[in-house]
Design a protein around this ligand. Sequence first.
Ligand code: COA
Ligand code: MG
Length: 291
Amino acid sequence: MRSKLFVPGCRPELFVKAMDGAADALSFDLEDSVAQAGKAQARADLAAFLRSARALASDKTLIVRTNAPDSADFEADLQALAGARVDLLNVPKVESADDVLHAIEALERHLHRDGGLPGLLVNIETPKGLRDAARIAAAHPGVAGLQLGLGDLFEPLGIDRRRGENVHSAMFAVRLAAAQAGVFACDSAHPEFRDGAQFQAEAELARSLGFVGKSCIHPRQVEWANAIFRVGEAEVAAAQRVVEAARVARDAGRGAFSVDGRMVDPPFLRRAEAIIAAAQRQSTHVTEPNR
Ligand code: COA
Ligand code: MG
């Protein structure tokens, strides 16, 4: 899931356009991009689209961002989505393990289907949520990933997003919380869509921290995210050399050995295996990372 494009639920004319675009995942939004007066119409239009043949046949990861779990709209969102294709449910403003359990309980009531439940992609975007991120990620096996939300976390507090150290602190905390629970981390959306410099700097930082991809709000950002999070051929070839050398070393009873002038031992081998797995997901369009 290198790129995850937000599509406002109140703009059904964008649904097919987004499906035809380059994003690995689409996140149809019922929360902040939809005004209160338009919520009912948006959820009806979105649910109808996600039941259509076009949506059912798509090889993209299809996500719905609901309203916050403590809002009256949350229950209505899930009710409307019964029988619709939802690969991941993105829940905003989660602040505790109890919020996760509440969301899972509602999911079980409304979105249960033969193949199980859609995974939860949980937003970490409040000070409390960030402090409890590890407990939130581990609250239930249905949590598939953590989603950083820097707009909600920084803007009301006056935290300057252009300063890399501010962004790094939040990213690092979310990435380690996700890792502790064995789930993936996805980077925040960025409001700047004309000039790529800020988005790209954030995306590079997120990739260097092991995030799987970045949220986008505009098709132009999708191109940037796909390029930055793409697993390249040279990276895969280097990883394959590590895996092959590990096999030879294992047969010789060695745990530490050298490849391309670097020492390799088990954590480096695990990273190489993860790179190969990510490349395979990329080529087979399986965009939701394994847990
Ligand atoms: N999904 C699909 N298509 C989109 C799109 C999106 N999120 N955002 C823009 N496009 C399309 C436009 O329809 C336009 O298509 P066209 O060339 O066929 O007319 C093209 O991409 C270029 O769009 P542009 O004119 O540059 O943008 P805009 O001024 O129309 O819209 C935004 C800018 C920010 C309002 C819009 O991109 C948007 O609503 N993004 C999502 C916001 C959101 O969901 N926020 C909540 C999560 S943080
Ligand atoms: Mg938000």
